[in-house]
Design a protein around this ligand. Sequence first.
Ligand code: ACM
Length: 555
Amino acid sequence: MTDPMLVPRVDELTRASGAFVLDPATRVSAPDELAGELAWLQGALRPATGLPLREGPADGSGITLDLDPSIGAEGYRLEARPAGVRITGGDPAGVFWGMQVLRQLLPAQVMRTALVEGVEWTVPSVDVVDSPRFGWRGTHLDVARHFMPKHDVMRFVDLMAMHRLNTLHWHLTEDQGWRIEIRAYPLLTSVGGWRASTQVGAGPDATQDGRPHGGFYTQDDIREVVAYAAARHVRVVPEVDVPGHSMAAITAYPRLGVGAVEVGGTPVPEPRQIAVGTEWGIFDDVLNTEQSTVDFYKDVLTEVMELFPGEFIGVGGDECPKTQWRSDPRTQELMRERGLADEDELQAWFIGQLDDHVTAAGRRTFGWDEILEGSRPMSSGTTVASWRGLFGAVAAARLGYDVVACPDDQVYLDYRQSELPNEPIPVSIPLTLADVYDFEPVPPQLTDEEARHVLGGQANLWTEHMDSPRTVDFFAFPRLCAVADVLWSDAPRDFGAFSERLAAHLARLDAAGVEYRREGGPLPWQERPGVPGRPSTREERSAYIAEIVANIAVE
Ligand code: ACM
């Protein structure tokens, strides 16, 4: 009797004899509080099995869902016997994760979306007791560099849920595109939602494709994605990135840019017109810090908070060059008026204004680790995404802020997947499946008390070089399976055992139509021959990060 091959790993699994077989008489039942979970289960199992799975009496036969608050958040027990399957969750999320495991216990063809003939739909007899190590098990998805249509975002949410990942950090604005409709400022999407051309490749030999690229989500689209994710116990954390990475917004509303206001506060009648970014990188065109700009972004965040009911609201804060602020007399005047010693303090002031707005609305500010710079305390609920290695995680936890670990050298899934020369548009250091499986969100130098601030971790998918959902599949999978495994399970790492489980799991990804990277390397159509990348060594990457984290107070 081999154990079922589950990804992520479950805490405890015991085999018993026999199996439960789904057939036309199988009934499903749940208390009223689990009506949504029951509906999801029927929707997940009916297409491939072709079985009606009608609701029936909760007499222990068939599949029964139930709640037992003594189990704890997101935890569940699953008991499968020839007579029936029972999933008991500590909360509805726990029931949902148990149902995902039930789906993995069935033949892999259950992941297909239309009738599969000739399969016996068996669930081996098991007892599973399981709960997650971390409450934040996330994926960051950049839909700004390349727009991802809403149906593909929802498919991605389904793939996250399959892996018991519960947080989608949705990066909605960038230099190269603004992707969320804001009613108060329609030009953000009509002007900022598309660019004239796109850089192809990285480094000095990159070219332009000369082809417009764009797209945005209407507010109804956003509500749909948020509701779709909520039904799968995936929370969506939106991010509007400021004060850098804002060229699309400045293109739409040039008054947001530096130089739009003169010394003394008089607006320039026709401020400099820039264009939505067509190249990848970090750019000097950043927001000005006028009160009017702060107010503009408060309006934006007010609409964002209406659309996203969750606790966390992202304000970005990463990679804001201070070049324009330093040379702009009006910015220097504002700094003097506000009593700010330098441009880092100005950035902290700007983020602080939005933090106040988010906090006043009863939410928590979420930002990249740069929000720790500038020696201005954030609100106590602020949560920091540590991306420049784990420097930010250590600093934030010691300052008493919560932390989400997403160190670039462990879980940046846009980084190349091996040293092979045919990896498509290879950037930065290689992060193999084994490297990613080694991801440890809690920095060893933290005390137990400090480590409690680490809510969990996430893998980041930046899409400069992912121009379609197919390419996102290639970069995300199977590395995201490894991330999910280590964020869910606190068992000692065993890459050999993980690889065995993954080998079986790939049949599920195949059935679900996921175009993951093969172990041996990219398939010919996953390569990008002739398109330059910008690979670096670990030493080069470490030197770069050391330079840019100099501002974070770690010790
Ligand atoms: C980032 O990678 N700029 C957060």
